[in-house]
Structure formats: structure tokens, C-alpha cells
Design a protein around this ligand. Structure first.
Ligand SMILES: [Zn+2]
Length: 323
């Protein structure tokens, strides 16, 4: 018998800048939270210590049935090892799952953060009841998770869902992954900031810089959005171009997967229709008619908690699978 429904579950979202840890019941209601800086530059040992402290803080004597971790990096779900992370310096082959499991003595599961966020939206968010869905997180980069037949699709080595690194331009800009022309080099916050800086340096008329304290290096997706909200023409145009490229990648996903639903989350999703409308237009123009008619493309609903709630969902899914 599985005593799971009575027990609380811990969900940890390990990001490059924040650790968001929650204690939740099996319905996804958050009972406690600990949000702290990752301080990733202090290295794995210090970060692991902070993760353990964070979990202890939310558990605080509660009876927990498991711990889920969504980590910003390439994770081998079967072994619970973070093989590499562009956002966590020094993390090479760290067996985070085992370390946490040993510390707390409860079943522990780990997946990539965007992958668990997909599961979070599927179990507790905008994707409840949808069997075939793709979650796309658009922030500094682009990540994603693929749900097929109600189950996470993990692939042969557990690394599926790296949608941000599909090539959409064979001669495009260099990507952090070492390839060129990846989707995230065109449709992420980083890409948006890069194009804004180019235009400002070329002398374009815009208020974007005033939202970045006058510093070019502080220009990011957020500052471009703030300027756009105040009616800045260049900022609106840049977001529209980012939306266009977002749409180009979505066309590929629509044609390949024929999903019922694509959910857009991550920092840039706060731009709403400013980003989404041009993307939807491209999908309408370029995707095959039948899958384009079948898909809804909408904003995700769990916001910054998608990863932590997804980590909770991961525990529930793994435990129910083991019955
Ligand atoms: Zn790439």
C-alpha cells in the first residue's frame, strides 16, 4: 500500500541564481517555502549545503514521502547525476540525487528543471488533463519538456526536450552549447538584449537605455519589455521580431509532435500578446494545416513555481509508477 496521499512532498528548483524549495501536498498546495540565492560561483559543495539547509527549513518536522529536484543542467534521471550545467560552474558528474537521498532517507528523484516544469504544468497548471503537450520556457535561454500520452518523454539517455538547441539558422550566432544558430540564439531574452544593444550602439532612437540605468550591459529582456510597455517603438519591434523567431521554432514543434497544447512559460512569457501574437501568426502561416488547427498555444500558469511544483509532480509520478 502506498501511504503517499497522506504525506507531504518536497520540491526543489535548483536554478543558476535561485534555489526555490517548497513543501506541498499531493494536490500541489504549497504549505511552506524557502527561497534563497544559489550563490553558484561558490561551487558545488557550498550549493549542495544550501540545498540541504533549504530542504530542512521547509520540512521542519513534517512527514515527507519524497523529494523531487529540478536542476538547471543536463541530468541523468536514471542515476540522479548532474553531468554538466552551463549555469552551475564546476558541476561535473555530481550525484546530487544520492547525496540528498542519503541526507533525508526518503526516495529522491531528479530531472532537468524545464522538464519537471512541463510535468508541473501537466499535473497542477494549465496543462491538466492534456495528454500531449509541450512546455516551452523562454528566459535567458529556451528549455522545454515534452509530455506524450500523459507521460514525460525522456528519450534514450534521459536528455530529451532540449528544444532550445534545434538549429533554425545554419549560419546563425554562436550558442552557449557550442553549436550555431540554435533557436535560443534568436528567441530568448539573451537574443532580445543582444539585438537591442546592437540597435542602441548604432544610434537608434529608443528609451531602452533609460530603463537600464544608462548602462548597455544592464540591457536585458526585462528592460526592453519595460520600454515597450511605455510605447517605445524600437522595443516593441524587437519583441515582435523575437516573437517571430519564437514562432519559427514552434512551427517545427507543431509539425513534429502534433501536440494538443503548447504552453509558454519563463521570464519572457510575461510579455504576453506582445511576444505571442507574432509567434502565433508565424505558426498560422507556416505550420501544416491539420496540426496547426489542433494546437492551442497559450501562456503557462504556474509562473516561478513551475519548476518546484514540477519536482513535486515528479515524486508523485515516480511513486505511483512503483505502486
Ligand atoms: Zn545551442
Amino acid at each position: 500500500m502506498d501511504a503517499m496521499p497522506e504525506q507531504m512532498v518536497v520540491g526543489v528548483d535548483l536554478g543558476g541564481s535561485k534555489i526555490n524549495t517548497i513543501l506541498a501536498d499531493p494536490r500541489g498546495d504549497i504549505k511552506a517555502r524557502d527561497l534563497r540565492d544559489t550563490c553558484a560561483d561558490e561551487g558545488p559543495e557550498a550549493v549542495i549545503k544550501r540545498i540541504i539547509e533549504s530542504i530542512k527549513r521547509v520540512v521542519s518536522g513534517a512527514d515527507i514521502g519524497g523529494i523531487g529536484i529540478g536542476a538547471a543542467g543536463v541530468c541523468q534521471a536514471s542515476t540522479g547525476v548532474i553531468t554538466f550545467s552551463p549555469n552551475l560552474p564546476g558541476w561535473h558528474n555530481i550525484p546530487l540525487k544520492d547525496i540528498v537521498q542519503r541526507e533525508f532517507g526518503v526516495p529522491t528523484y531528479m530531472e532537468n528543471d524545464a522538464t519537471v516544469a512541463a510535468l508541473g504544468e501537466h499535473c497542477f497548471g494549465a496543462g491538466v488533463g492534456i495528454e500531449n503537450l509541450i512546455y516551452v520556457t523562454v528566459g535567458t535561454g529556451i528549455g522545454g519538456g515534452i509530455i506524450i500520452g500523459g507521460q514525460l518523454y525522456c528519450g534514450a539517455s534521459g536528455t530529451a526536450g532540449e528544444i532550445g538547441h534545434m538549429t533554425i539558422h545554419v549560419d546563425g550566432p554562436c550558442c552557449n552549447c557550442g553549436n550555431i544558430g540554435c533557436w535560443e540564439t534568436f528567441a530568448s531574452g539573451t537574443a532580445l538584449a543582444r539585438e537591442a544593444v546592437k540597435k542602441i550602439e548604432a544610434g537608434a532612437q529608443t528609451t531602452i537605455l533609460s530603463f537600464a540605468d544608462g548602462h548597455l550591459e544592464k540591457v536585458d529582456g526585462e528592460t526592453v519589455f519595460l520600454a515597450a510597455q511605455q510605447g517605445d517603438c524600437l522595443a516593441m519591434e524587437l519583441i515582435s521580431v523575437t516573437g517571430y523567431y519564437l514562432g519559427v521554432g514552434l512551427v517545427n514543434l507543431v509539425n513534429i509532435f502534433n501536440p494538443q497544447l503548447i504552453l509558454i512559460g519563463g521570464g519572457l512569457s510575461q510579455m504576453g500578446s506582445l511576444l505571442l501574437d507574432p509567434a502565433l501568426k508565424v505558426v498560422g502561416e507556416r505550420a501544416f494545416r491539420l496540426p496547426a488547427e489542433a494546437v492551442r498555444i497559450e501562456l503557462a500558469s504556474l509562473g516561478a513555481d513551475a519548476g518546484a511544483l514540477g519536482a513535486v509532480a515528479l515524486v508523485l509520478q515516480e511513486k505511483s509508477r512503483k505502486g
